[in-house]
Design a protein around this ligand. Structure first.
Ligand code: ADP
Length: 632
């Protein structure tokens, strides 16, 4: 076709003879380039001969990949025409002859530029009819085991891209990864090509027949194969060749047969070609579609470029590195330690950490944060409890000091209280001496005097007991108490002091006990503070009524004590302030009594407050929770 343009080139040279040699050269180059590109547009016709049909694995995968690869690498437009060699399913000679005639008719005008046969059935067919079928057309036999190629009938126009199925390696590998395997069921059909492989496997594994039992499913329909695969004995494996034409003549192309087998099989499935690999197959050494395609496309491109096929020698393809499906390894409990060295593991599911890295990190962070917060809070709580214990201890100590100072205030009246019984004892002792001097002492009188002395002594002891009790340094301790009793004891303690200060003490206590939980000494101290303050206030003004009233009451769930006086009262805006530490209006005052009283009441879960009375004076009240007495 390039010669069609030469006259035009000559005309151009004549017409523009005055042009420089350089321009002529450029024009010549352009013209040549155009000529070449026109020549290159002529399509190359390639015939693909498919074993059994266009969709039979593994060959269909080799054909599909080679088509893609040639489209990608070819310098020429390609016309690829597919012809399934259906006649090979049964090797029907009569049908084959007619198929050859049909092909010859299709290509009667122009022979194809290249023929590619995929798989042994197509190779056997095309070699058998080589002289009738495009005798001068270059031909590539690919995806075929070397044993299936008739070396003697190869012509100078033929070349082979063969693989080698190493039966020993394939089956030995099953025992390598599952050493306990006792049975291998071979899923294979009954077509001529498949029978070849049954024979080859039987022969080559003859030596291992005592170690592992081989079962071939070639004489079963596919439905029967499924039943058998579901009920294989334990320690079985399945070797998948694909029942391309099963015992009842049904063909199984594509993926569905393997998928159905996998759904029911009770044993792991192995195979020989990686076109089956990717879901159902465990893996191992396998022929590789990509290696085969690479080699076949190299050969095809060289042939299309004009090389003589017989000159192209391709080494037989061996197995690549073993491939395994991680999911199948997990399913069948195959340890990675048993895999062949240099294996590649596919479809590994990322560990939870890899898959949810951010979520886990976030949750971890939140947990850490929470743990830190909880630790912080626990630490704070401990500190608070410690501080509370400390403050209660301080309060107890302060209260103790406060009791001492109050005892000091009461010393005069206490001395008076002690003096009285001691004075009586002295008088009685003197009377006793006088009576004893008489010749006939009156025994009855003596007895009465002795009883008086005893009574006075007990009275003095009681005063000392009370004083010791109030001055005792005790830890804060809650006990079951009757608040009325506490009030009564305090009134007894302070009564003499009231008398000394010319103040009248009146009390109105509830008839029933007021059960509370409390620290007796500390509650007595609260009361003492309130009563002494009340007595102080009555002495503050000359014309004030010198009367202090102490009452108890039960209000809702609380026991209430109130201490009232008719003193000057408290400035309205100071009603709360009087409870603050160091608040005092007295020249010698410390301002700690009410503050301590509030702390004690609050430590008992109660509250204390002050009010002014109508008609003058103040009332201090405090309430403590009543202990609920179970009803009878
Ligand atoms: P102190 O008695 O040392 O001053 P308190 O804490 O007992 O300390 O009292 C604080 C102040 O509260 C007193 O100085 C007084 O001003 C006031 N107060 C307490 N009780 C009464 C009361 N019954 N009437 C009037 N004022 C009172």
């Amino acid at each position: 076709m390039a010669s069609d343009l030469a006259p035009r080139f000559e005309v151009a040279v004549t017409k523009y003879a005055s042009w420089t040699i350089t321009l002529m050269a450029i024009a010549a180059a352009l013209a040549l380039a155009t000529a070449e590109s026109v020549a290159a547009t002529a399509p190359m016709r390639i015939v693909f001969l498919h074993s059994y049909g266009q969709n039979f694995k593994p060959w269909s995968e080799y054909a599909r990949a080679l088509r893609q690869e040639l489209d990608r690498r070819s310098h020429w437009p390609l016309v690829i025409e597919d012809f399934p060699v259906i006649t090979a399913r049964a090797e029907d000679e009569n049908a084959e002859v007619q198929f050859v005639e049909y092909l010859s008719a299709v290509f009667s005008n122009q022979a194809p530029d290249m023929v590619v046969a995929f798989g042994a059935p197509a190779a056997v067919f095309v070699q058998r009819h080589r002289s009738d079928l495009f005798p001068a057309t270059p031909m590539v036999l690919t995806a075929v085991d070397e044993r299936r190629v008739q070396q003697l009938t190869l012509t100078g126009n033929d070349t082979v891209v063969a693989v080698r199925q190493n039966i020993g390696i394939l089956f030995g590998h099953i025992l390598q990864v599952l050493p306990d395997t006792k049975t291998i069921a071979v899923v294979v059909g009954n077509s001529p090509n498949e029978r070849f492989w049954i024979g080859a496997i039987t022969r080559e594994l003859e030596a291992s027949k005592d170690r592992v039992k081989l079962i071939f499913f070639n004489d079963l329909s596919f439905e029967e194969i499924l039943n058998r695969a579901a009920t294989l004995p334990i320690r079985s494996a399945i070797f998948w060749i694909q029942p391309q034409v099963d015992a009842i003549g049904a063909v199984h192309e594509g993926d569905s047969a393997l998928r159905r087998l996998y759904a029911v099989a009770n044993a792991p499935i192995f195979s020989y070609d990686d076109s089956f690999f990717g879901r159902e197959i465990v893996g191992g050494p396998m022929t590789s579609v990509s290696d085969g395609t690479r080699a076949a496309s190299d050969v095809a491109i060289r042939i299309l470029s004009g090389e003589k096929p017989a000159d192209i020698k391709t080494p037989v393809l061996e197995y690549g590195p073993a491939k395994y499906d991680w999911r199948q390894l997990q399913r069948w409990g195959i340890s990675e330690g048993r895999l062949l060295p240099g294996s590649e593991i596919y479809f590994r599911e990322p560990a939870a950490w890899e898959r949810y890295r951010w979520q886990i990190a976030l949750v971890g962070f939140v947990i850490l944060l929470q743990a830190t917060l909880i630790t912080g809070l626990l630490y704070e709580r401990r500190r608070r409890i410690y501080a509370e214990v400390q403050s209660r201890q301080r309060m107890a100590e302060l209260a103790h000091v406060n009791r001492y100072s109050m005892a000091g205030e009461l010393t005069a009246s206490l001395a008076h209280e002690l003096n009285q019984p001691l004075g009586n004892i002295l008088t009685n002792a003197e009377t006793l001496e006088v009576i004893l001097k008489s010749p006939v002492p009156d025994m009855n009188e003596l007895k009465e005097i002795a009883a008086d002395i005893r009574r006075d002594d007990e009275r003095a002891s009681e005063v000392i007991r009370r004083l010791r009790s109030i001055l005792r340094k005790t830890p804060f301790e809650l006990r079951d108490l009757d608040l009325n009793e506490v009030v009564g004891e305090t009134l007894a303690f302070v009564s003499l002091s009231a008398v000394a200060r010319e103040a009248e003490l009146a009390s109105f206590l509830t008839s029933t006990a007021l059960s509370i939980k409390g620290d007796r000494i500390q509650l007595e101290q609260v009361l003492l503070n309130l009563i002494v303050n009340a007595i102080d206030s009555t002495s503050a003004s000359l014309n004030a009524e010198r009367k202090v009233t102490v009452s108890t009451a039960s209000i809702d769930d609380f026991a209430e004590v109130s201490v009232s006086d008719r003193g000057p009262g408290i400035q309205q805006d100071k009603l709360k302030e009087v409870f603050e530490p160091f608040f005092t209006t007295k020249p010698q005052g410390m301002g700690m009594g009410l503050s301590i009283a509030r702390t004690i009441v609050e430590a008992h879960g109660g509250r204390i407050w002050a009010e002014n009375r109508t008609g003058g004076g103040a009332t201090f009240r405090f309430r403590l929770p009543l202990v609920s007495v179970p009803k009878a």
